[in-house]
Design a protein around this ligand. Structure first.
Ligand SMILES: CC(C)(COP(=O)([O-])OP(=O)([O-])OC[C@H]1O[C@@H](n2cnc3c(N)ncnc32)[C@H](O)[C@@H]1OP(=O)([O-])[O-])[C@@H](O)C(=O)NCCC(=O)NCCSC(=O)C[C@@](C)(O)CC(=O)[O-]
Length: 452
């Protein structure tokens, strides 16, 4: 049974902060961010937007591009996110409600809706669950949406890796774009490289240290951390990323009985989780060296320098240019969109090949996903003959050209939630209407409207 992505759509907010503006304000050499990390712009949410409007806008765009697909055909709406706005009501339920504003009340009555959360890899989990469902029910279709707002503390090392956006995918049998056939390689380890603990007073059970007599004591600890922004350790998160992706790649080879093959050589393009533009190229050399230990430059002083020398070599730059660079084009203009980053890379790669008119039918794409906390999944897809038909009607590259630059003061006000007026007016999209503050049984309920 061939199952996979039939169509792709996206929603990226229409305002951005140029990375040079941020660099100057923070006394960072702009070349470090531009040449060192590949950053150009950070897409930012305007005051009327959140992860729910982005999710609904991406799903709406997907359905508009596929007018033969009706709400009754959609059996599942699965959302991948790590920016949930409610601990009980999922973004998938909000999204379904917003779509019904367009398609009619209760038109998604029999559609299942749920969110999937595991840092940046939640949308991959959502997609794989949707694929398993369609494999068992080939006449049914699912919509998978990745929606996230990567917001870091001001002046932190994560600040220049912020971004926002959503990607929506239609999952069907006999899809026009990509078929996923191989077994998935997985690697998981429970670590604290990046996480978002809730702000609360927690009563903790503390175990005593008496050797003979195990006892517990309840202790109150105030955890006063802002929920939107993560607690993280940048260089340690990179270490976790490298460890997980190399382990998952090894597992992928084992699961597919390809231990004697250099698997990545068969991949036309490589889609990795890109928390910032150059993360893929700054880590994939570890997999290349794992496959080809003879490429290590033994003239360098120690093992670390030997790896670094290879990462700068012409041979490796050729791999980057051919297999990774197409996925970076959109990332540099948008920033981190957490669960959606790997799919933004996919969209960027396919848009690139659509522009160059290169025939990529029947080629394989390699996916290397990562989510902090931490898990990596490695899997492959085969490009289908009609893949261009499933592409968004408006190229993401054209849409990104229309994005409006904002200044540092506006960025600061948006970040601190002090901005009072919208930077750019909503147009043909869902926007926040209001959040209920007074009716006791509805306090916190979020209401949205479609603005023509
Ligand atoms: C990612 C880090 C750690 C980067 O940390 P950093 O300190 O900004 O950068 P760096 O020192 O690691 O690298 C800077 C690069 O710029 C170069 N450079 C320096 N100066 C110049 C210059 N003048 N001209 C040209 N180049 C220059 C420098 O040489 C170096 O290049 P390289 O070593 O590769 O050759 C930081 O931004 C951070 O803390 N980010 C947030 C966490 C993060 O993104 N971690 C990534 C892995 S974890 C992950 O992906 C999961 C995540 C975060 O998405 C969350 C989730 O799963 O939910």
């Amino acid at each position: 049974m061939k199952v996979g992505i039939d169509s792709l759509a996206y929603y990226i907010p229409k305002i951005h902060l140029p990375i040079e503006t941020l660099a100057i304000e923070r006394n960072i050499d702009p070349m470090k961010l531009i040449k060192g990390l590949g950053l150009q712009k950070m897409a930012l949410l305007d005051i009327y937007q959140d992860v729910i409007t982005m999710s609904a806008n991406a799903a709406h765009s997907l359905l508009k591009d596929n007018p033969t697909v009706q709400p009754k055909d959609i059996a599942k709406i699965y959302v991948g996110t790590e920016s949930g706005l409610d601990n009980s009501k999922p973004i998938a339920s909000y999204t379904l409600g917003l779509l019904e504003q367009i398609y009619g009340a209760r038109t998604f009555r029999n559609c299942d809706a749920v969110d999937h959360t595991f840092a940046c890899i939640g949308a991959v989990d959502a997609m794989q669950n949707a694929i398993d469902f369609v494999k068992a029910n080939p006449t049914k279709k699912a919509i998978v949406i990745a929606t996230d707002y990567a917001k870091y503390d001001l002046a932190s090392t994560g600040e220049y890796t912020q971004g926002a956006g959503a990607i929506a995918m239609l999952i069907t049998a006999n899809p026009r774009m990509l078929v996923f056939n191989s077994q998935t390689g997985v690697a998981t380890e429970s670590v604290f490289d990046f996480f978002k603990p809730y702000r609360s007073i927690e009563k903790q059970a503390i175990t005593g240290n008496s050797t003979n007599d195990t006892w517990f004591e309840i202790q109150e600890t105030e955890i006063s951390i802002h929920k939107d922004q993560p607690v993280f350790e940048g260089q340690y998160s990179n270490e976790c990323y490298i460890n997980r992706i190399t382990e998952a790649y090894t597992d992928f080879k084992k699961q597919n009985n390809q231990e004697d093959i250099i698997v990545y050589k068969d991949w036309k393009a490589i889609l990795m989780h890109l928390p910032y533009c150059f993360q893929g190229r700054r880590t994939f050399h570890e997999i290349v060296l794992q496959e080809n230990p003879e490429l290590v430059d033994k003239t360098a002083a120690d093992a670390k320098d030997q790896i670094k020398a290879f990462a700068k070599s012409e041979a490796y730059m050729e791999i980057v240019k051919n297999k990774i660079a197409p996925s970076e084009i959109a990332s540099g203009e948008v920033g981190n969109i957490y669960t959606g980053s790997i799919f933004l890379g996919l969209l960027s790669t396919l848009s690139h090949f659509s522009d160059t008119k290169e025939n990529i039918t029947d080629t394989k794409l390699g996916f290397i996903a990562y989510g902090s906390g931490s898990k990596s999944k490695v899997f492959e897809a085969e490009v289908q003959p009609n893949w261009v038909e499933g592409m968004p009607s408006v190229s993401i590259f054209d849409a990104l050209k229309e994005s409006q630059a904002i200044d540092f003061n506006t960025y600061s006000a948006l970040h601190k939630k002090e901005q009072k007026t919208a930077v750019s007016a909503p147009s043909n999209e869902f926007a926040i209407d209001y959040i209920e503050a007074s009716i006791p049984h509805l306090v916190g309920a979020r209401y949205y409207k479609f603005v023509k």
